[in-house]
Design a protein around this ligand. Structure first.
Ligand code: SF4
Length: 163
């Protein structure tokens, strides 16, 4: 069993510099605006399929992305489905590659089991306070062996949030 980890409160400073184009700066140069390195970070709130795709798009554009999810895992409602309407496609077949891509992306930091406590600032420079609820394990040491699952007294209780 992995080590117990206490509840923590983290503050993340999310800065995003406004993109200045040549037109906005009043210059007539053609290439320097596009060649500027992208800077800053963004926070995506909600780790469902739309949040994951947003995080991937932003991360692939060069932004550092904090993906905040209130439940213990990302995937959202789609991860709980068998098939999707109206095409009857396999939900897990569609979402699984994205789950792996998000979890392995070097520009994405996933923060699950967490709530947004406070958000202050202005467009381009926000400061967000995130409270992580206790997970009672050190997830960096978890190997996914499943021992805790088989011994859990509420193992048949699905995690479904009441809307
Ligand atoms: S899956 Fe295994 S390693 Fe991970 S928390 Fe459970 S018992 Fe510990």
């Amino acid at each position: 069993m992995a080590k117990k980890k206490s509840e923590t409160t983290e503050k993340k400073t999310v800065k995003k510099k406004p993109a200045k184009t040549q037109a906005a700066q009043g210059s007539s140069g053609a290439s320097s605006g596009r060649n500027k390195p992208k800077t800053g970070a963004v926070m995506v709130v909600g780790g469902g399929i739309s949040g994951m795709q947003s995080a991937l798009d932003l991360a692939n554009s060069g932004f550092k992305v904090y993906l905040v999810e209130e439940t213990p895992s990302i995937g959202g409602r789609m991860a709980q489905l068998d098939k999707t309407f109206p095409t009857n496609d396999c939900a897990m077949c569609m979402i699984s590659p994205k789950l792996i891509e998000v979890s392995k992306h070097r520009n994405i930091e996933i923060i699950t089991n967490a709530d947004i406590i406070k958000s202050e600032g202005e467009p381009g420079k926000f400061k967000v306070t995130v409270k992580k609820r206790a997970r009672f394990i050190d997830s960096s040491l978890c190997t996914g062996c499943g021992t805790c699952y088989t011994n859990c007294p509420v193992q048949y209780k699905a995690y479904i949030k009441n809307d």
